[in-house]
Design a protein around this ligand. Structure first.
Ligand SMILES: NC(=O)c1ccc[n+]([C@@H]2O[C@H](COP(=O)([O-])OP(=O)(O)OC[C@H]3O[C@@H](n4cnc5c(N)ncnc54)[C@H](O)[C@@H]3O)[C@@H](O)[C@H]2O)c1
Length: 259
């Protein structure tokens, strides 16, 4: 592969916002985007942890800022966009990664309290839409951008409210790709399988009988660290992925397959 092909995976001069940036995967995503050359804003409901995560990047010479955001609040999302623009000049990449997952009560959807139904849909679905809306003006002004929605293999496997919310996010990915495409904004989604981190383990403990049953249905690697998602993230965020739009890319060892 020529070095110009590799160069097209770099993000020098770009500005990326990662929601849920203080979380397990968000921190890994933020570091990868920064190491690829982007200035990165780690945005999270837990502002203190977002700032600490950004400081860890900055202490390694990377350009990073931690910002508190509640993605379900339009004013807060607008404030995130304004702070990002003030710090780094605008926004080129949004990773809609914040979500509720491990905290959701593991009960049959028929028994899920209405407030949890509303809460999950509000954070996992509306939150991503609000953030996309908040970055649209800046991306448009800069001639385009990338929005990457963090879906899940669960979207295609059915079950609880989490799966419902992630399939809604896939649908929104396609809709936004169509509406924002003419502005030069590509919208895609990553659908990870089971990630080897604390929230993943909390959602499905290693010794849970369902894990062995699930693993039997996955032809490849059963679970993986967040680092295994980074190739896809960088492809979707970088010039190398310019022609990819409105897609959901499963990174799950072949757990979910589609013809
Ligand atoms: N861990 C897994 O196995 C796995 C698998 C597939 C997909 N995912 C998805 O990856 C993403 C990150 O998951 P994770 O494992 O890092 O979990 P995590 O809980 O560590 O990260 C989620 C982050 O989102 C933040 N957040 C929650 N509500 C928010 C709000 N209203 N505004 C702003 N931030 C908010 C939380 O504070 C947290 O830091 C999620 O979208 C999750 O659904 C995770």
């Amino acid at each position: 592969m020529s070095s110009s092909t590799i160069d097209r995976l770099r993000l020098d001069g770009r500005v990326a916002v990662v929601t849920g940036g203080a979380g397990a995967i968000g921190r890994v995503y933020g570091r990868a985007l920064a190491e690829a050359g982007a200035a990165v804003v780690l945005a999270d409901l837990d502002g203190e942890r977002a700032e600490q995560a950004a400081e860890a990047l900055a202490s390694d010479g990377l350009r990073a800022l931690g910002v508190r955001v509640d993605i379900t609040d339009r004013t807060s999302a607008a404030d995130l966009a304004a702070k990002t623009t003030a710090a780094f000049g605008g926004i080129d990449i949004l990773v809609n990664n914040a979500a509720l997952m491990a905290e959701i009560p593991q009960v049959d959807i028929l028994d899920l309290p209405t407030e949890w139904f509303d809460r999950v849909m509000r954070v996992n679905v509306l939150g991503a839409v609000i953030c996309a809306g908040a970055v649209k003006a800046s991306m448009t002004e800069r001639g385009g951008g990338r929005i990457i929605n963090q879906a899940s293999a669960g979207a295609f496997l059915g079950g609880g409210i989490y799966s419902v919310s992630k399939l809604a996010l896939v649908n929104i990915t396609v809709g936004l790709a169509r509406s924002l495409g003419p502005l030069g904004i590509n919208v895609n989604a990553i659908a990870p399988g089971l990630v080897d981190n604390e929230p993943g383990l909390r959602s499905l403990p290693a010794d849970h009988p369902a894990r062995a049953a699930l693993a039997a249905t996955i032809p490849g690697k059963k679970s993986a660290p967040a680092e295994d998602l980074l190739g896809t993230l960088l492809l979707l965020a970088s010039p190398a992925g310019e022609w990819i739009n409105g897609q959901v890319i499963s990174v799950d060892g072949g757990w979910v397959t589609r013809l």
